[in-house]
Design a protein around this ligand. Structure first.
Ligand SMILES: [Fe+2]
Length: 251
């Protein structure tokens, strides 16, 4: 064996040994609960780090988050985020939604400083996650409870005061369904609660590729129709947007 082969073989051995050690350690100490969600959190964190650094595209992140959600069962997710505790004594606002941060319990293999932000959004019937677009961020809402009317749009153009958007999704989002946004695809979303209460779990990556994120409310009901089935919409300040869309009384 020459020196190069020897080094290669040695590295191979070390790699196998580390792998075995990892498997062994995990088997020895793993508890029977939550193996799926631990892995799920780590995978989501890895891909979110890749998105932040530009190793994967926003659309790739959206495809991967869909795969992740197709892999997890609702009861496991509810348990992992401790939904019962988070939603107990929840204070629903009269306009729009309230959010609560989600903390995963500290377990082996789950980093303490996760790259993605996680929150639950709760609202009463006819209240909404008001229509808004995003810059330099991705997110994915998963419906935990209730039903919401979901509308999404691609952001085609933008000025300081307006956006041109194109409708892409209009459906009823039910428990277990999920929808994502990014600069590249389905940038604008709008979710209106159709049931007495509704909750979503949102995972969010901010400052994609190191650029500052932004969120802007818009006015789709006041849209001007433009060519190609697109809509030219005004950007709205938070107060005006909440007054107009926070409590939907006319739909
Ligand atoms: Fe959003």
């Amino acid at each position: 064996m020459n020196r190069r082969d020897f080094t290669k073989s040695l590295l191979g051995t070390i790699a196998s040994y580390s792998l075995l050690e990892t498997l062994f350690t995990r088997d020895a100490f793993a508890t029977p609960v939550r193996p799926i969600t631990d892995r799920w959190v780590r995978d989501l964190n890895d891909m979110s780090r890749d998105l932040k650094s530009g190793r994967i595209s926003p659309t790739m992140w959206q495809a991967k988050v869909k795969e992740l959600y197709d892999r997890i069962e609702l009861p496991d997710l509810l348990a992992a985020i401790d939904f019962n505790k988070l939603s107990a004594h929840f204070e629903y606002p009269d306009l729009g939604v309230s959010t609560r941060m989600v903390e995963f319990p500290s377990l082996d293999g789950i980093p303490q400083d996760l790259v993605f932000v996680r929150k639950i959004f709760g609202m009463k019937q006819d209240r909404a996650i008001i229509p808004h677009g995003h810059k330099n961020m991705t997110s994915c809402h998963y419906v935990l409870k209730g039903e919401l009317e979901l509308k999404q749009y691609d952001k085609v153009e933008e000025t300081d005061t307006h956006m041109v958007i194109e409708p892409t999704i209009h459906e009823i989002a039910r428990v277990g369904s999920h929808s994502s946004i990014s600069d590249e695809k389905n940038n604008v979303h709008w979710l209106r609660a159709q049931t007495e209460t509704a909750f979503t779990f949102d995972v969010i990556v901010l400052d994609v590729q190191g650029k500052p994120y932004d969120i802007e409310n818009i006015d789709p009901d006041g849209a001007e129709k433009v060519a190609g089935g697109r809509l030219r919409v005004r950007k709205l300040g938070v107060d005006e947007a909440l007054r107009k869309y926070g409590h939907d009384t006319h739909h």
